[in-house]
Design a protein around this ligand. Sequence first.
Ligand code: NAD
Length: 494
Amino acid sequence: MSKVLITIFGATGDLAKRKLYPSLYRLYKSGVLEEDFAVIGTARRPWTKEMYEDVVHESISSLIENEEDAKTFASHFYYQAHDVNDSEHYETLRELSNELGEKYDTDHNKVFFLAMAPEFFGTIASHLKSEHITDGKGYERLIIEKPFGTSLATAEKLNDDLSKAFSEDQIYRIDHYLGKEMIQNIFAIRFTNFVFEKIWNRDFIDNIQITFAESIGVEDRGGYYDHSGALKDMVQNHILQVLSLLAMDKPKTYHSKDILAEKIKALQSIKIPTTEEVKEDFVRGQYVENDFNGQHFVSYRDESQVDPESTTETFASGAFFVNNGRFNDVPFFFRTGKRMTEKGTRINIIFKKEDSIFGPDQKLQQNVLTIYIQPTEGFSFLMNGKEVGKDFNIGEIKLDFRHDAAILGNSPEAYEKLIYDVLKGDGSNFTHWDELKASWTLIDKIVDVWSKNEVPLYDYKAGTMGPKASFDLLEKYDTEWNWTPDEWYKERNL
Ligand code: NAD
């Protein structure tokens, strides 16, 4: 499997250094990549091979156990200064590509990782074809990063550009959440546990809550974020992807073709809200200054590179409905935002209430299955039980499981898993064009209503779980956010 030439566009960038080189090194250490692989890094800077090897070495420094091994790994990296807009540069790239292909005996297999701004994707893809860097002799796979468009129209344009050079099954659109351990675990939870599989539907599930909370603000990404906002940055991709895994029907097999078919169906079954429904069921917010945890946080509008009159939402919340039979009328609530109380990504499956034989004095909890995605990873199940004592009193019991930090320390990072999937040719954990099309159609509708400024942009104080309107939304559906700060890991100093 390891025979491959990987070309990284944007090799001097943040993503390459923080994620790609460490992931490739872990794949090397675990034997997925052996001696018959090479990496060409390209970017505008005039680096030499030695400088590039040093950068690669530096970026994997915390993972190195054996210096010799790390040096050998870095020796597989070659640098080529390259302006992606300059056709002549691709000729040099082709020559280097052919030379390394022979030297490392890579069987013409090629992976192209575009770790660059999406505006360059079309240019790069078309040049790879026109300059014959792709030759159709081995496998040829293109990995691209978000954002994939900023609307359905721009996503379509980008897709048209890419599809002139690569077919859908050669394109791997990364949504790094799909590489996360507990997101992949949704398949295991749903389809290996008979008890859940049988009740994963509208007869037993009252509502589903997806929270992607960030405690950080926009940091140094204000310029980018101010043109994007929570809806496009988080909901269009990560939240809708997670929703599709929760809402989809059981795939025939655990193979990418069957999995994608069901995910696509789920996304296409999400009801496009009417203008009135957008006004009623979706909430947008923007954080304002506050003192929290002994720190002062400025308002979003005072962050660097942000328009002081910006109406970009840093918080989005709402209710989606999936009309696929399995889940008709079951709300899928979501919320995501910056500068929230704490960092936490989790999913709560709230099961229906049951009539009680125990009388009004005994308060019964609804069963809740919680999937913890980050910062801790695991699941818990909330149930009722008898409290210890001679009287019969019902109390809440939480079965709680988290992965051992030591095991997690050795577990693959999202990017490592995703690159591994690309090398295997497994597209299950990547976003298909049909999924993007369905998700942009939904998001465009919300953006359209929000941009007319007919719905409030609520303030929320930095360090809170978003505006009150997001809590009111759930109250309207006779439920509430099932969020408790995650005491479990705090108690254990994790
Ligand atoms: P970056 O700005 O750090 O790096 C951009 C790279 O592109 C640099 O190597 C730069 O030299 C190169 N480049 C720019 N113009 C060029 C040109 N004309 N010719 C050749 N090379 C050129 O960006 P990044 O943070 O590494 O992000 C890269 C992509 O990944 C973006 O699409 C971003 O949205 C996406 N992304 C990044 C992260 C992250 O953690 N950094 C996370 C998710 C998605």
